[in-house]
Ligand binder design. Structure first.
Ligand code: ADP
Length: 459
């Protein structure tokens, strides 16, 4: 009734010359959809209203079916995702729980305990990389992944990649070679961690899907571009492994797809690595492609245009260049750390690790207690603070801010390192904005903790 009000229709007709609407007629219980168009016609005989109607029943039904299909597909994708996640989390969890029980019930057998711990370690590692991948994927899908572009030293990236992947290859008796001779500018502007992630993903796959005794090679090269201050970098990862079937190849960059599942090929994976890799390459404005023949091998190529950075990086933190690895062997024994951590288990782990390296630790169980301890003990007492972020009473950001604002130069310079399970880029930025020196993600490796402490504690 409201739509067909005469004055409303007349005003639309005066303005637009025509009026269209859709409506539903009920024939008993059966609806029929109709569209109607009315056009105003002025001629010498007077004014006419020409009205046409059209049965759009079939079209409406098609649209409704389409909407339903889209909703169903979305539902199915979500269910598949949850089923996949549940399976992929349970598999390593099963190993962790299982081997913990085995180790616990054989206290007399150190060999068995060592073997169980080894397996618990590798399953935890897998679980962590799965969680990181899922977080990356959800960031990508919500459009929130951002690149942290800065000065990047490709030679340091290559060195780290080689360290990690040559060990993986050695464990599998696989011959692997690295050739960077085609690169002439190693200092570029790029997101160093993401470049490393892309290459590690592809190279690890080449190793994973290539049987013992075969080969893998990595070739990096650079071509010039019309712009003088940038180059087109090409990374080729070639293996003589299992190859990829023609049917699967078009789906290789889709998330959660794998050619064969773990039960069949016994190779652990989630099908997320290449999906993330392709998205990150896309975010960098680059291109990824793959060629492969079953039983012969695969070749992945990533190309990306990168701007050159000056050869000399400005000094950062105490005169170190960005590419120089921190001194892991720094002796920190006897140094005193304040650990601000509300969770007892996490605190116990950190304290044990620190004491293994000869450091002395005092603990505060929330931010406020932490601030009070720093102020009460006085200048020079602690060498560094390890700060959890989410805590009751006062969180880590506020506590770091309060220490910085305490006024003394000791409080301004005291190294405060966030140690947190909040690991998104924005969490890291918030830590730095709150006056902390660095951010360390939980779970952490003991060596990483020591390296970060070594970097910030004054000798
Ligand atoms: P995942 O390795 O966790 O399964 P990826 O997304 O990294 O996930 O890879 C998806 C699939 O692509 C793998 O399961 C595998 O079937 C195939 N694949 C990737 N790289 C290679 C390779 N170098 N050789 C053969 N198959 C590969």
């Amino acid at each position: 009734m409201a739509v067909f009000r005469k004055d409303r229709i007349m005003s639309i007709l005066e303005r637009d010359g025509s009026f269209t609407t859709k409506y539903r007629l009920m024939f008993g219980d059966t609806p029929v959809y109709v569209s109607m168009k009315a056009t105003l016609l002025d001629d010498e005989d007077g004014r006419y209203l020409i009205i046409g109607t059209n049965n759009i029943d079939a079209q409406m039904k098609r649209e409704e079916e389409y909407r339903q299909k889209v909703a169903e597909a979305r539902n199915r994708a979500r269910n598949d995702f949850l089923a996949n996640m549940s399976h992929d989390i349970r598999t390593p969890m099963n190993a962790i729980v299982g081997y913990t029980n085995i180790a616990r019930s054989h206290p007399e057998d150190p060999e068995l305990i060592r073997d169980s711990l080894e397996k618990i370690g590798s399953s935890s590692h897998f679980l962590l990389s799965l969680i990181n991948d899922v977080l990356d994927m959800s960031k990508i899908e919500s459009g929130k992944m951002q690149l942290n572009v800065g000065e990047c030293d490709l030679s340091a990236v290559f060195r780290r990649i080689e360290d990690i992947t040559s060990l993986q290859a050695k464990n599998k008796s696989l011959r692997i070679s690295y050739d960077y001779s085609g690169v002439s500018h190693f200092h570029v502007l790029a997101d160093e961690l993401r470049i490393e992630q892309i290459l590690i993903n592809i190279i690890s796959n080449a190793i994973k899907y290539t049987p013992e005794g075969k080969t893998a090679e990595i070739i990096a090269g650079e071509e010039s571009l019309p712009e003088k201050d940038a180059g087109r970098y090409r990374f080729i990862v070639r293996d003589t492994g299992s190859g990829i079937s023609e049917e699967y190849l078009p789906h290789i960059f889709e998330s959660f797809t794998r050619e064969l599942n773990t039960t069949i090929n016994r190779i652990q994976g989630t099908g997320l690595g290449l999906a993330i890799t392709a998205k990150v390459v896309e975010l960098m404005g680059g291109h990824i492609s793959v060629k492969s023949k079953p039983e012969e091998g695969s070749e992945f190529t990533v190309t990306v245009d990168l701007k050159f950075a000056g050869e000399d990086f400005p000094d950062e933190a105490g005169g170190k260049t960005a590419s120089e690895p921190a001194d892991v062997s720094a002796d920190l024994s006897g140094r005193r750390i304040l650990l601000v951590e509300d969770n007892d288990i996490n605190a116990e782990i950190a304290i044990m690790v620190l004491s293994q390296y000869g450091l002395e630790t005092e603990r505060a169980s929330d931010g406020q207690a932490g601030v009070e301890m720093v102020l009460a003990r006085g200048d020079g007492y602690y060498d560094a603070v390890l700060m959890d972020l989410q805590m009751p009473v006062m969180n880590g950001y506020e506590a770091a801010g309060a220490i910085r604002e305490a006024g003394t130069s000791y409080c301004k310079d005291l190294p405060i390192i966030a140690m947190s399970a909040n690991t998104y880029d924005e969490d890291v930025r918030a830590c730095l904005a709150a006056g902390m020196n660095a951010h360390l993600a939980k779970p952490f490796q003991p060596e990483t903790l020591m390296r970060v402490l070594g970097e910030y504690i004054k000798r």
